[in-house]
Write a protein that binds this ligand. Structure first.
Ligand code: HSE
Length: 431
């Protein structure tokens, strides 16, 4: 094992700064713990003038990514620039130069990871991506190492801090989505273009990675069902609360009848479940293994220092991995797997119908639900608006998604229904 490891970073933004800070400030601590001296040799960024609040040794900063990728001394290249291009080329070039790579780039790993891992294996180097899912929570290590002896039954994650902040704000302050989003943007949580956060795309990138690690399947981002939080209203949150639930944007992967489910959508979770108490920008991942049972991991899913903590852990891991047992990208890939189609899933459901407030409407709606084998658990109707429409809320027992889609289509065509029906999948035990 080498006792000195030279590190080069590409991308001196938020996470790059956190990573550099940890490598510089905790250098002695990490050396004491590992017996290895981690030397930050280069940081490349187009902007090397801006003050990031840390003192970087002379000669480390460069505007040329090639000075990192092609430096013969550098053992580990850390890609922290984000986006697909040119990050992918930088990573592949580093790998071809026989350098290990570490990244926090979930979009890149989820969509291009299969190619990057294959290239890394060909070149005998490692790819670390702990920081790509749930920031500072070491969830990759949990799945790969801590729970290696388990068949994974299910994984449920709140893994996008921005959407969790928005839903928490809507819950606590009864504000609408657009106002909560504005506040998230003001505080710098949401990206300038928040689509990835609020449409479930960022969550789906991370779920792709968790699914592959849990079930040994190739990274299959395109197979993930994605639904964001933009249609959730403050009223839905209030109805959910009356029924004893919180609404969270949940990433779910689990085995159902031998098929793998991968889905991201707003989900109602019973108030008494620990994960429903994960608020604000915090992340949490619940993992159930056949041997260990239920486990839950909680922490900060973004930010310079939490994400930097995961990046540096990967660098250390790679340096320590001298026993010839490479991590091999995503782990094993099983030959035989099937991803479940969304129409085939089963769940409990919350429906908010926009129905005319007149006699016989409920029976028309419940009749259609009944025709599709959707059984009602409870009903709420609040307010009277003669001649107008009111929200009619129905909580249904476990039903098939395929039946739900057909029933909603038929209900939305009724003349007494004035607007599109909103439905939310519900987790928890059947009452
Ligand atoms: N936009 C992400 C979030 C950042 O809100 O969680 C961390 O991946």
């Amino acid at each position: 094992m080498k006792d000195k490891i030279h590190v080069g970073i590409i991308g001196f933004g938020t996470v790059g700064t956190g990573t550099a800070k940890i490598l510089i400030e905790n250098r002695e601590l990490i050396k004491k713990r590992t017996g290895i001296d981690f030397i930050l040799k280069r940081i490349a960024d187009l902007d090397i003038k801006r003050d990031r609040g840390i003192k970087v040794p002379e000669g480390v900063l460069t505007t040329d990514a090639g000075a990192v990728i092609n430096d013969p001394d550098i053992d580990v290249v850390v890609e922290l620039m984000g986006g697909i291009h040119p990050a992918k080329d930088f990573m592949l070039n580093a790998v071809k130069n026989k350098k290990h790579v570490v990244t926090a780039n979930k979009a890149l790993i989820a969509t291009e990871g299969n190619e990057i891992f294959a290239e890394a294996e060909k070149n005998g180097v490692e790819v670390g991506f702990e920081a790509s899912v749930a920031g500072g929570i070491p969830i990759i290590k949990v799945l790969r190492e801590g729970l290696v002896a388990n068949n994974i039954v299910a994984v449920y994650g709140i893994i996008n801090g921005t959407s969790n902040y928005i839903l928490t704000k809507m819950t606590d302050e009864k504000v609408e989505f657009s106002d909560a989003l504005k506040e998230a943007q003001r505080l710098g949580y949401a990206e300038a273009d928040p689509t990835f956060d609020i449409e479930g795309i960022d969550t789906a990138h991370k779920l792709t990675i968790l699914s592959s690690l849990s079930y040994g399947i190739p990274l299959s981002y395109n197979e993930v069902y994605k639904e964001g939080i933009t249609k959730i209203t403050a009223q839905d949150i209030e109805f959910a609360s009356e029924l004893g639930y919180k609404i969270k944007l949940l990433a779910i992967t689990k085995l159902s009848n031998g098929e793998i489910e991968m889905r991201v959508h707003p989900t109602m979770i019973p108030n008494e479940y620990l994960i429903s108490k994960v608020d604000g920008v915090f992340n949490a991942v619940y993992v159930e293994g056949d041997a260990v049972g239920s486990t839950l991991y909680y922490g900060r899913g973004a930010g310079d220092m939490p994400t930097g903590s995961a990046v540096v852990a990967d660098i250390v891991d790679i340096a320590r991995c001298d026993n010839g047992q490479k991590a091999k990208g995503i782990g094993y890939v099983s030959a035989d797997y099937k991803i479940r189609k969304m129409e085939d899933i089963e769940s409990m459901y919350y429906f908010r119908f926009s129905a005319m407030d007149q006699p016989g409407v409920l029976s028309k709606i419940s009749g259609i639900l009944g025709n599709y084998n959707i059984s009602i658990a409870s009903v709420i109707q609040k307010g009277r608006r003669l001649g107008g429409s009111v929200p009619l809320v129905v909580l249904a027992h476990t039903a098939k998604e395929r039946d739900v889609l057909s029933a909603v289509k038929e209900i939305d065509n009724l003349p007494v229904v004035s607007d599109k029906t909103l439905f939310i999948r519900v987790e928890g035990k059947e009452e």
